[in-house]
Ligand binder design. Sequence first.
Ligand code: HEM
Length: 117
Amino acid sequence: METKFYSLEEVSKNNGKNGNKLWIIIKDSIYDVTDYFEEHPGGGDLILEWAGRNATKAFDDAGHSSDAKKELKQYKIGEVTEEDRKKKQPKKVDHLVEEVKENRRSCCSYLTCGLCD
Ligand code: HEM
């Protein structure tokens, strides 16, 4: 079967919301996990969090078994266009908020280091 190519923008529309499909990207391949995510042994939320986005790192970090990697293959529907493979996907806002909170915390600990009572 011929490989279908989708842009990151098209993938991002398939975010599982408002009746849209739920697609995720793992290593430039696109997977339609609409009918799978609720059966996911690690819980549906873990997959939902990556809906319409690149889940490669999360998938690898979870240390999936070879069976899990085999299972993944059956959901493949296409690949990211050559053009878009080089593009970085925008970070999720939640992550940025967390980063800001972290920075603020280290700022506060600096101010309350005990030297300026
Ligand atoms: C279609 C995509 C995915 C498939 C087919 C899949 C499959 C599986 C399978 C079969 C397991 C059971 C353990 C194993 O065999 O490794 C598992 C566990 C797990 N998965 Fe996934 N997974 C997918 C996506 C993801 C994503 C995107 C994440 C992101 C964080 C994730 C996180 C985890 C975690 C943390 C566990 C461990 C759960 C536990 O042991 O309690 N998975 N997954």
